[in-house]
Structures are given as structure tokens and as C-alpha cells.
Design a protein around this ligand. Structure first.
Ligand code: PBG
Length: 326
């Protein structure tokens, strides 16, 4: 009761605020998404993602060394596939010498301790820009599972530590887990993008990889943004099917979902602060409307407070620099 209790006492200095701080954020919390392209010495800014780049493998190697040196321990790889290699079945995804497979090998070779996670979905390989095989304008579920499993095996052979299926087909975690076990990859983990909403915030990412759907949208497989109950269902299934980590995506607009799931389930949750969130923040900062250094840490702390064990974010490098200052 006031004045016996004054909540401001615990906020009255930097020192006491540090002692009572409930949430910590550090270099150990981040996963850095990398966009890999063919070629050499390429570092090309993504127009809708200012200060973020497509990298050729040799530049990705440099980047990974730098990331490791500042204490970042995980990267999530995406590849931009040449148009002439795209087809309906994502055949190129299984090429042992494909861009993804070469990128995994090079990165593991340069920094073996770096945790390499790989995106598993057909969209960058699909001539339709969809995450599954298309027939009569429908995205087929079960035939897609076979490609996703083979793709996962192929990433595991190249050296991936975790595969990260982002396609939202039903049953894919089970099929991938079974395939990995059968091939002896018992230690290869699965980070399932189990709670992935159909979001316009993926727009800049699709620019970066030239992977926009050629027709329609992704509403028949990604989740409706008006729903939260089905997230429970998705997580239950993914845990049963053998997922090691579950991702909620996008980040900030779905923080309610992240919070309720992390309270209900004892599995580590990752959150993906996606490309559109990055672009919004960068645009506001470039106009002078927001202070980058402050807004970045505030948002990243919010993810931790809501229950994320780890955060995939395009701000990771900057955030580590900022955290070293506080
Ligand atoms: C591919 C995939 C997408 C993202 C990650 N994996 C795009 C999509 O589903 O259309 C989006 C990431 C971002 O926007 O930063 N399945």
C-alpha cells in the first residue's frame, strides 16, 4: 500500500534496474538468416531490405567468420535459385552440388562450430513459387513430403546441423524425422516452422529470393492470421512428429501466440522477426521517425520476454554491437 510500496524504488537507478531485470538478451540468442546467390564476390543490397545483402558463397564465408567472432552461433541459410533450374517438383533442391549444398559445406568448412540451419521448402526452387508441388492450381500435400524428406537428407549429407521445414505441409516433420533416422542422421535436428502465418510481411524476402507465388497466395497451407487455437494444434502435432524446436513466424504481430505457446509447451520456441518487420523498422528509421538503436533492442527484448528461446533476425549483428555497449 502506498506509501509503504513505491514501485519506482526498483527503477530508481541503472544498478537496481539491472538487478531486477527479468529478461536477458545476448549474442547467444540469435540466428542469422543468410541469402546465398551464385557467383563470386557478390554482396548485393536487397532493395526492400536496406543494409541487408545477398551474398555469394565466398562472401558468406567471410560473413560467417565475422558472426562467429562476435559470438553468434547459428545461421539459417536460404538460396536464390537461377530461373532455368526451377521446375514444379523442385528437382534442383536435391542436387548434391546445388547452391545450398555447396553453401552448407563451405560454411561448415570455414567455421565448423557454427550451427548451420537450412530452409526446407520448395518455393525458391518452384517454377510456381509455391512451397509444394502444384497440380490443377492446387498445392499437393503428400507428394511434396517425399521431396522435402529427400531435400532434408541432402542437406544433412552436406553437413547441416538442423533442417528447418518452412512449407506448412501436413505431416512433414514425421516424414523428415523418419527419413533422417533411416539414413543414420540421428543427431540432425528439426526446427519446424510449425506456426507460420500467411503474412504480407514476407514480401521483401520474396523479392530477395525471387520466390513470390506465381499464382494465388499461400492461404491453403499457411495459417490464417485471425486464428490462435489452431496454433496449439500445430504445435501438438509437431512435437508428436519429432520436432526439436518450433518456430513462430512472423514475430511482433504474433507475440500473443508466442507467449501463450511458450507457457503451454516445454519445447524451445524460436521466433522469426521477418523481412517485412525489418523493412518497416528501417524505413521509419531512415525518415528519422524512430531511433534505430533503441527500437531494435526493445523489440528483441520483447521476444525474449514473451518466451522465445531464440530469435531469427536480420538485426542480429547490430544488436550484438548494441548489447556490448549496455
Ligand atoms: C519459404 C520462407 C519464407 C520465409 C522464410 N521461409 C517465405 C514464404 O513463406 O513465402 C519468410 C522470411 C522473411 O520474410 O523474412 N517458405
Amino acid at each position: 500500500m502506498y506509501p509503504l510500496n513505491r514501485n519506482r524504488r526498483l527503477r530508481s537507478s541503472t544498478a537496481i534496474r539491472a538487478l531486477v531485470r527479468e529478461t536477458q538478451l545476448s549474442n547467444n540468442d540469435f540466428i542469422v538468416p543468410l541469402f546465398i546467390v551464385e557467383g563470386k564476390d557478390i554482396k548485393k543490397e536487397i532493395i526492400s531490405m536496406p543494409d541487408y545483402f545477398q551474398l555469394s558463397i565466398n562472401n558468406a564465408e567471410k560473413e560467417v567468420k565475422e558472426l562467429w567472432d562476435i559470438g553468434i552461433k547459428a545461421v539459417l541459410l536460404f538460396v536464390k535459385v537461377e530461373d532455368n533450374l526451377k521446375d514444379n517438383k523442385g528437382s534442383e533442391a536435391l542436387n548434391k552440388n546445388g547452391l545450398m549444398q555447396r553453401a552448407i559445406k563451405s560454411i561448415k568448412n570455414i567455421v565448423p562450430e557454427m550451427l548451420v540451419m537450412t530452409d526446407v521448402a520448395l518455393d525458391p526452387y518452384s517454377s510456381y513459387g509455391h512451397d509444394g508441388i502444384v497440380e490443377n492450381s492446387k498445392i499437393l500435400n503428400d507428394p511434396t513430403l517425399d521431396v522435402l524428406s529427400k531435400m532434408s537428407i541432402s542437406h544433412a549429407y552436406a553437413g547441416a546441423d538442423f533442417v528447418a521445414p518452412s512449407d506448412m505441409m501436413d505431416g512433414r516433420v514425421l516424414k523428415i524425422r523418419q527419413a533422417l533416422e533411416k539414413e543414420g542422421f540421428i543427431d540432425t535436428g528439426i526446427m519446424s516452422y510449425g506456426v507460420k502465418y500467411s503474412s504480407s510481411l514476407y514480401g521483401p524476402f520474396r523479392d530477395a529470393l525471387d520466390s513470390s507465388p506465381g499464382f494465388g497466395d499461400k492461404n491453403t497451407y499457411q495459417m490464417d492470421f485471425a486464428n490462435s487455437n489452431e496454433a496449439l494444434n500445430e504445435v501438438n502435432k509437431d512435437i508428436e512428429e519429432g520436432a526439436d524446436i518450433i518456430m513462430v513466424k512472423p514475430g511482433l504481430p504474433y507475440i500473443d501466440i508466442l507467449n501463450s505457446l511458450s507457457k503451454k509447451f516445454d519445447i524451445p520456441f524460436a521466433v522469426y522477426q521477418v523481412s517485412g518487420e525489418y523493412s518497416m523498422l528501417k524505413s521509419a528509421v531512415s525518415k528519422g521517425f524512430l531511433d534505430y538503436d533503441k527500437i531494435v533492442l526493445e523489440q528483441l527484448f520483447s521476444f525474449k520476454r514473451a518466451g522465445a528461446s531464440m530469435i531469427a533476425t536480420y538485426h542480429a549483428k547490430e544488436a550484438v554491437k548494441l548489447l556490448n555497449k549496455i
